[in-house]
Design a protein around this ligand. Structure first.
Ligand SMILES: Nc1ncnc2c1ncn2[C@@H]1O[C@H](COP(=O)(O)OP(=O)(O)OP(=O)(O)O)[C@@H](O)[C@H]1O
Length: 725
């Protein structure tokens, strides 16, 4: 099938039946691509309506000509559409301006571009846009010129952090101001549009789009996928290069109910108690069994209660006393098992105990605690947790991240800052601007620590710890948390930690959460979309994250799903920060139950009720797989993960995948096992069944049983970069 055929296939010929999607209808048969295709009754077909209704309500119904909305209509910006993940009032297609440019385009551009196409490549600004737009979501309209509607627009429901904030209400006429941007991200730079945010677009510049750059959260320049460049060095929001990023994220809600909003622990929460925990290193303090034993101050206890926490998770039982004892820590625990509170609570307890000085306005702030994480959405989430647990205290948490106005970050900081949650790029920028001094840092936390220390962020983290003023490792407490901890990274981490650090392994390092039911289906590249639609139709309105390999594919698949009338939004590094936050908000609030994402959303995000994760494309490393599927099955809730295994491209993942499935007591398809046995991967030992701690503290000597170690030895490749970018 040629590239063009992909394009033609954007309207797959969906079968007239809806297959039943049930666990027991999978099998691990030869081909693995074995969804039961039993034709359903018409009532089963009507099952889709929840989605369809949703769709209709959202103003996406046929009859509403999205492709040809006039500017006036766009300007009304009604909030009815749930397609808003693709930009508030933005079009999907050629958006009315520069029509000829788009219409003349070759619509197969998307597939022709290489997946590791660098951001600066101007052709990328065109590829997707050239496809033309949707007219009304009617399949028959979606090919050839008929798809080239005018100002087609999937209109966005509001969302993001701080729903309802004035900042969420975009200027009237935003649609007008964003005519060029498919998903709002790749529009040509417009001048004088009046909306400051528009200037975020920097056509042809490596710093455009306010998105993730390369592997990391911030700016990658030139050819080096790991050549991170801080904003201070002329990156994203440098004052010296290009138009400024002007997006100011809406403030999160201030009311107590919102601050303490939480979801319920699941039926398997108590099963956490049965997970084996190993602590290595000398003189580890004993674990605590209850929050009371932590002897926290009353305010903290109140906040813990208001957050709905009644019982400690294993990582909290072990980590809290270790941190309270002042020890450095590397902790590895399964996704969704409460690592954030495991470091925040004891740090706050220390701060309260030491008598923190109330924040006050100062040009140079010197926080006591610095928390660094790889993605903007994740640092924001950590910040919200810090704000929750410090509620009613004089501890002030601040969050700063790229893709937002630098001045806004500075304003947040100068008002006072005890706990700073930051992405590396923005952090280095602010340090460079002398708004943050590091002298008072007592706690340095690397969340998703393996990511923070790998080739992408490692150099920056090294820079950070050698910044003037940063206390030496002997003088500060350094804490590292992740669900995966490859051995190589553990060794690198030693440079950041005191030699007597403690290592906590809850269950298997790098193991998948057992509350996630994992299914691997053999699906070839050209059948994936059909299979995806089939699955999503059966899932109905349950929240689902679909992971794909590249940013462009995220756009493509999201567009395709919208066209299939499946309410979808997307998040990836080419989207502007405003759009990313809106997409996440739309997904969180259920307005768009499907979120198509690159690996940028694989780690840390804690979204209520994500019931399914679909790996449309498998990642290149098993650690990445573990993080991705960990977006579901959190905090004792159950979830399901379905992965499309393509024999053409995924064989190298077969061995570690079999191990992860086996360790998590999942069914392993026979065909997958066969591939695993027939695929030789140097350095990988698959004979790990039954081993409880597949990876251990590297100070104990090299373990050959390390799934995480397997993956980590593979340096991220350019395709990974694309995903993170
Ligand atoms: N002791 C607890 N009781 C109830 N809920 C908890 C407890 N600890 C954490 N949670 C909740 O569990 C969810 C997952 O926590 P968190 O995001 O910290 O997981 P994590 O281990 O960091 O996951 P990941 O590896 O994906 O980053 C959050 O909603 C959090 O509020």
């Amino acid at each position: 099938m040629g590239d063009e055929d992909w394009e033609a296939e954007i309207n797959p010929h969906m079968s007239s039946y809806v297959p039943i999607f049930e666990k027991d209808r999978y099998s691990s048969g030869e081909n693995g691509d074995n969804f039961n295709r039993t034709p359903t009754s018409s009532s089963e077909m009507d099952d889709g309506p929840s989605r369809r209704d949703h769709f209709m309500k959202s103003g996406f119904a046929s009859g509403r000509n999205f492709g040809n909305r006039d500017a006036g209509e766009s300007n009304k910006r009604d909030n009815t559409s749930t397609m808003g993940g693709f930009g508030v009032g933005k079009s999907f297609g050629n958006r009315g301006f520069s029509n000829s440019k788009f219409e003349d385009g070759d619509s197969s551009g998307f597939w022709r571009e290489s997946s590791n196409d660098c951001e600066d490549n101007p052709t990328r600004n065109r590829g997707f846009s050239k496809r033309g737009g949707y007219r009304d979501g009617n399949n028959s309209e979606a090919s050839g010129t008929s798809r080239r509607g005018g100002r087609g627009s999937f209109r966005g429901c509001r969302g993001g952090f701080g729903l309802g904030s004035p900042n969420n209400d975009l200027d009237p006429g935003e649609c007008m101001q964003r005519p060029g941007g498919l998903f709002g991200s790749r529009r040509p730079a417009l001048s004088g549009t009046g909306n400051g945010d528009t200037s975020q677009s920097r056509s042809g510049s490596g710093s455009e789009r306010g998105g993730y750059k390369g592997l990391n959260e911030e700016v990658i320049t030139g050819s080096g996928k790991n050549s991170w460049k801080s904003e201070a060095e002329g990156g994203e929001s440098s004052d010296t290069q290009g138009p400024k990023v002007t997006y100011i994220p809406p403030p999160p809600p201030e009311d107590e109910d919102s601050i303490f909003a939480h979801y319920q622990t699941g039926i398997n929460f108590d099963k956490y108690d049965t997970i084996l925990v190993e602590v290595s290193g000398h003189d580890a303090p004993p674990a605590i069994l209850t929050f009371e034993e932590a002897n926290l101050c009353q305010t903290l206890n109140n906040n813990i209660a208001k957050a709905g926490y009644t019982k400690l998770t294993p990582v909290q039982k072990y980590s809290i006393p270790i941190i309270l004892a002042g020890r450095d820590l590397m902790a590895c625990a399964q996704t969704g098992s409460g690592k954030t509170a495991a470091f925040l609570l004891p740090i706050l307890a220390h701060m309260m105990h030491d008598g923190i000085t109330a924040s006050r306005f100062k040009e140079l702030q010197e926080p006591e605690c610095l928390i660094v994480a790889p993605t903007r959405e994740l640092v924001n989430q950590i910040y919200l947790e810090a704000r929750k647990f410090s509620f009613g205290t004089c501890v002030r948490a601040v969050v700063i991240y790229g893709g937002t106005q630098l001045g806004h970050s500075i304003r947040q900081i100068v008002q006072g800052c005890n706990i700073l949650c930051a992405t590396p790029g923005r952090l280095m920028d602010i340090i460079g601007k002398e708004k943050i001094g590091l002298k008072q840092i007592k706690y340095l936390v690397l969340d998703e620590a393996d990511r923070m220390l790998d080739m992408g962020f490692g150099p920056e983290m090294k820079k950070l710890i050698s910044c003037p003023g940063m206390p030496s490792k002997e003088q500060r407490q350094t804490l590292m948390f992740s669900a995966t901890f490859p051995e190589e990274i553990q060794r690198l981490a030693a440079e950041f930690l005191k030699s007597n650090y403690l290592f906590v392994a809850v269950g298997q390092v790098g193991g998948a959460c057992r509350d996630v039911q994992q299914t691997v289906l053999q699906v070839g590249q050209f059948s994936k979309r059909e299979k995806l639609v089939e699955i999503l139709r059966n899932i109905g309105d349950e929240r689902t994250m679909v992971f794909v390999e590249t940013k462009k594919k995220a756009d493509f698949i999201a567009t395709f799903l919208c066209q299939e009338k499946i309410s979808t939004t997307s998040i990836h590094g080419d989207r502007e920060q405003r759009e990313r936050e809106q997409a996440l908000g739309d997904f969180r609030c259920g307005k768009c139950p499907v979120l198509v994402a690159t690996s940028v959303a694989a780690r840390g995000l804690d979204i209520e009720n994500v019931q399914h994760v679909i790996n449309f494309d498998l990642p290149s490393t098993i650690d990445e797989y573990v993080h991705r599927i960990g977006r579901t099955g959190r905090c004792g809730n159950t979830g399901r993960a379905i992965s499309f295994f393509d024999l053409e491209s995924d064989n190298q993942l077969a061995q570690p995948l079999v191990k992860v499935l086996t360790d998590a007591q999942q069914d392993v398809p026979a065909w997958l096992e066969e591939i695993a046995f027939s695929t030789y991967i140097p350095g990988f030992s698959g004979s790990t069944r039954g081993n409880v701690f597949a990876s251990v503290d590297t100070r104990k000597g090299k373990s050959s049983l390390n799934t995480a170690g397997f993956s980590s030895s593979q340096v991220p490749n350019p395709v990974d970069d694309e995903s993170w970018d």
